[in-house]
Write a protein that binds this ligand. Structure first.
Ligand SMILES: [Zn+2]
Length: 75
């Protein structure tokens, strides 16, 4: 971790943040660590957060595929 991050905390790229259904996710401007925003502010995700994030992204992809299929099937 970057020394400044260690001393003062990460600096989230807010303009790049994406919501995954649970949290906003982005990375740190200085050290590129993956960050999520919960009620307490930006923090590094734990394993459970990461697993849930993966699952949310996968679900969003599946929804998009399903949506594309529906549009194609329409007359
Ligand atoms: Zn950082």
């Amino acid at each position: 971790m970057n020394l400044i991050c260690r001393l003062f905390g990460h600096s989230a790229k807010r303009d790049r943040a994406r919501h995954d259904g649970d949290y906003y996710w982005t990375s740190c401007k200085r050290c590129a660590a993956l960050l999520l925003r919960d009620r307490g502010g930006w923090r590094e995700p734990n394993r459970r957060d990461l697993a849930r994030h993966e699952s949310n992204l996968l679900q969003a992809e599946l929804d998009a595929v399903e949506q594309a299929g529906v549009e194609q099937a329409a007359p």
